[in-house]
Design a protein around this ligand. Structure first.
Ligand code: GAP
Length: 450
């Protein structure tokens, strides 16, 4: 029977905590709403997701320029873009229980879940304000950036002056963003501190459609590369009324989360809005000179914007699997090997037999040199180790047993072997099937898998 979606999310959150993927932020102090901490395995998963993005959209191309801009920026940046005045969501407060909600997410905009009457919605600005320097006055105001995008737009001129790229070219950045969300919810889905992977791809005004289509395909490809199921990813064309005012076209990529279909990524045609605003507000000419035609103009921008934490959450939700193996119920994370935080685990059959441990350590070291994310595990019996590795989504386990290193103990073995067979058992996470593979062939074997 299909699990209730609420129960499935509870199970996923519980596994994330139990196995050290994601913890509540500031947990020992009762938490801080909308903040999450990643543990060793969650961080490994997140890094794999970010590295795949960087490789696909930056390293493998020759038209991208990486940027790592400061989170704190001159407040004039956010005035120019309209964020200080207009980056807000509608907030409604219940007159009875005083709880605050995002008005556009209420099932009944007039009535609270407590039965009380809801007040009139007002606009709530989501910028997280702070002060820079020793004096707290209006001149020292800064904001924790609500998107990484502007860190790139303000560096447009630096990139032109340093690298002299020709259009079309892109600026790419991975980094933190902050929004004082009215109602953080659904685990990490809507957080107050999160990470984005964004590109500002600059084109000649007439060439935006082609670039838009290219990124549309590339973004869809990326969802496959990180292991999302194609049937869970949808494209949603945003209507004229719902689009941000600066965008002439937006597609949201939505994902079927257990709590419902919701935005995963956005792809927007931002026209020349941002560069124009910064050019006007700063007084610095941000136009581009086309050397062939001698034409001067502000480039137009296509922006693929991807949330890192939402990618991690979608990957976790799609990977979470319950089945039965050998007559026993089990939970496992069916991560695509490309994002799995641990690729291979190596076990000695028994932890108190030095010959087994020594051989397993030797194999572990060799595999680790090649694949990095390899784990040595000798805790508990083999069944427990398999369960643990299944829950963290390790695609393969390698076991060194007596047959590997010694003459077979079975009295009916007449093979005449004096040493072991120098083979190990390789167990597949998804099927539970096991095969014997020669130690000398292991590297070759796993190179075909990752
Ligand atoms: N620069 C464009 C921009 O920031 P956005 O649609 O507001 O556009 C882009 O955000 C992506 O950032 C979203 O598709 C989502 O993946 C992620 N994101 C936005 N708000 C978030 C939040 N509160 N928590 C987690 N991720 C968020």
């Amino acid at each position: 029977m299909k699990k209730e979606s609420g129960q499935k999310m509870e199970d996923i959150i519980s596994l994330c905590k139990r196995r050290g993927f994601i913890f509540q932020g500031s947990e020992i102090y009762g938490g801080l709403a909308g903040t999450w901490d990643y543990g060793h395995l969650g961080l490994a998963l997140k890094n794999n997701i970010k590295n795949l993005w960087w490789k696909k959209f930056v390293t493998d191309r020759d038209d991208m320029y990486g940027v790592d801009a400061a989170i704190l920026m001159n407040q004039k940046v956010w005035k120019a873009t309209g964020h200080v005045d207009g980056f807000s969501d509608p907030l409604s407060e219940c007159k009875k229980c005083k709880k605050r909600f995002r008005a556009d997410q209420l099932a009944d905009p007039k009535k609270c879940e407590c039965g009380g009457e809801m007040g009139e919605p007002r606009q709530f600005n989501m910028m997280l304000k702070t002060h820079v320097g020793a004096i707290e006055d209006d001149t020292s105001i800064s904001y924790l950036r609500p998107e990484t995008a502007q860190g790139m737009f303000v560096n447009y001129k630096n990139i032109i002056d340093s690298y002299h790229p020709k259009l079309p070219f892109g600026m790419a950045q991975i980094g933190k963003a902050f929004r004082n969300e009215i109602a953080p919810r659904d685990f990490t889905f809507r957080s107050r501190e999160f990470e984005q992977m964004e590109i500002e791809y600059l084109v000649k005004p007439k060439e935006w459609k082609e670039a838009f289509e290219d990124f549309r395909k590339e973004m869809l490809d990326y969802t496959k590369e990180i292991g999302l199921k194609a049937e869970h990813v949808y494209e949603h064309e945003i209507s004229d009324e719902d689009r941000a005012f600066y965008s002439k076209r937006t597609i949201d990529f939505e994902f079927e989360f257990p709590f419902g279909r919701n935005e995963l990524y956005g792809l927007a045609y931002r026209t020349d809005y941002d560069l124009k605003r910064h050019s006007d507000a700063s007084g610095v000419d941000l136009s581009y000179l086309d050397e062939e035609t001698k034409e001067k103009f502000i480039p137009h921008c296509i922006e693929p914007s991807l949330g890192v934490d939402r990618s991690v959450l979608a990957v976790i939700c799609d990977a979470y699997t319950e089945d039965e193996l050998g007559g026993e119920k089990r939970i496992y994370m069916k991560f695509n090997p490309s994002v799995a935080p641990v690729k291979i685990a190596v076990f000695p059959l028994l932890k108190n037999k030095p010959v087994l441990v020594e051989k397993a350590r030797e194999i572990y070291k060799n595999l680790k040199k090649e694949f990095g994310a390899v784990m040595f595990d000798d805790n508990g019996n083999i069944g427990k180790r398999y369960r643990r590795q299944d829950e963290i989504g390790t695609p393969y386990c390698v076991t060194v047993d007596f047959e590997t290193i010694e003459k077979p103990a079975r009295p009916d073995d007449n093979s005449g072997r004096s040493g072991g067979d120098n083979m190990v058992t390789v167990r597949d996470r998804d099927t539970g099937t096991q095969e014997r593979i020669k130690i000398e062939d292991l590297l070759k074997h796993f190179k075909t898998k990752f």
